[in-house]
Design a protein around this ligand. Structure first.
Ligand code: CTP
Length: 403
């Protein structure tokens, strides 16, 4: 989504300016075409030459220097941009932007912006909590500006609280959403992702092979399409998506408990069961660590609850989508699961192809039709699956239901 996007990064003077280097590097790596402008104060924290090396272009620091952008950088840099990203954004730049003050290059750039503008605030927690800053943020949002963060945590000044800049990796994760349409806006999506782990004793257990990659790709895609996303996640190994609520669990029974708890508390529109739930657990979990000298443990397995089926058959429950990882007979098994699990849609794939891979090929099976997606990278597959979900939701709550 960021490939070939034209992005102007405006860096203002806060200690978090060094993290903007990582943002610029990440954007370039993702194929974006990046230009950088800096305030004079920002240049006290990081030298322009660093951004010049990272972006591959000269850095604009003043209205009065002719750059390759031309004699009026505040206009030229905006002409260049699909997005103006202010990172880090100090309390001062937010105040100037909210009031339309343009007394240096970056503030003039913001006033003259004609594309999307996004602020990534970074400041001391008292400055962030100050009603003046909160007023400015509210005004800027009302005027259509986007905000990423701030997060809570340790601050450079030694304080702990809200105002810390969102980590570069999370900024890069959230940016594609700014370019996405929002057909899931106002929708709540609940998902299960990753494997479950069923302990045998304190150190051994039964689990399934699942990194959580396809599940988190779906969570990101749902978030980018405008949904409010909650993920009940087993022990996953991949980076968690930003801007998504994660409820961590370990066992299948914990996963079911967390899912039912969510559904009891909140009306969800859509449930997507992506988790590779362990089908069995040990009936009598052993205490401590079973020693080999004690002989072979006699394990009795019992079946775990079927989370997808529980949600699919729930009265008044959400529209339900399941996955089916199969070794053979993809379509036949998908139809059987559609029925058995009370799902509106089953996404079927060949287990061997999807595991620990960046790409996937799936069949999307509903009552009426079968659609093939891929082979494509998991983000692309996720987006296409969600467009099918949008259709299902529209059928479920479509205009005819309003008549
Ligand atoms: N699923 C679930 N709870 C379980 C087992 C599976 O919620 N205890 C969900 C998975 O998240 C997936 C779908 O059911 O969305 C199908 O999972 P799969 O492992 O393919 O099928 P199973 O029902 O386990 O049947 P089988 O292993 O016999 O194919």
């Amino acid at each position: 989504m960021l490939k070939n996007r034209k992005i102007t990064v405006a860096v203002t003077g806060g200690i978090a300016a060094y993290k903007a280097c990582e943002v610029v590097r990440g954007l370039v790596k993702l194929g974006a075409d990046v230009r950088v402008a800096m305030t004079e104060n920002a240049t006290r924290f990081v030298g322009p030459v660093t951004f010049e090396a990272l972006s591959g272009h000269p850095v604009a620091t003043s209205e009065w220097e002719h750059t390759p952008e031309g004699a009026m950088p505040h206009i030229e840099l905006n002409l260049h941009a699909d997005l103006l990203l202010v990172v880090p954004a100090t309390a001062n730049i937010l105040a100037k932007a909210a009031r339309g003050i343009a007394d240096d290059l970056v503030s003039a750039l913001i006033l003259a912006h004609r594309s999307k503008v996004a602020f990534v605030p970074a400041m001391n927690r008292h400055m962030w909590a100050n009603p003046a800053t909160q007023r400015n943020v509210a005004d800027l949002k009302r005027d259509g500006a986007h905000f990423i963060g701030p997060d809570s945590g340790f601050q450079a000044c030694g304080d702990v609280g809200e105002g810390r800049m969102t980590e570069p990796a999370d900024i890069l994760d959230l940016l594609p959403g700014l370019f996405s349409e929002k057909p899931l806006s106002g929708r709540r999506v609940l998902m299960t992702v990753g494997p479950t782990y069923e302990p045998i004793d304190d150190v051994r257990g039964i689990t399934n092979r699942s990194s959580g990659r396809q599940g988190f790709a779906l969570a990101r895609a749902a978030r980018d399409l405008g949904a409010d996303v909650t993920v009940v996640a087993g022990p996953v190994t991949v980076k968690r998506p930003a801007g998504v609520r994660i409820v961590p669990v370990t066992t299948a029974r914990e996963m079911l408990g967390a899912v039912e708890g969510e559904l009891d508390r909140t009306p969800y529109d859509l449930f997507i069961g992506v988790a590779a739930v362990a089908d069995w657990r040990v009936a009598d979990r052993l205490e401590g660590k079973w020693k080999k000298d004690a002989g072979l443990p006699q394990l009795r397995l019992v079946e775990n609850p079927d989370i997808l089926a529980a949600v699919g058959h729930r009265a008044g429950g959400p529209v339900t989508i399941g996955f089916a990882a199969e070794a053979t007979d993809l379509l036949e098994n998908a139809y059987a699961k559609l029925e058995k699990k009370g799902a509106a849609m089953i996404v079927a794939n060949v287990a061997r192809d999807a595991l620990a891979s960046d790409t996937n090929r799936v069949l999307v099976v509903t009552d009426g039709e079968v659609d093939e997606i891929g082979p494509a990278d998991k983000d692309e597959v996720a987006r296409k699956i969600l467009y099918h979900a949008v259709d299902l939701l529209e059928e479920d709550y479509g205009p005819e239901d309003d008549l």
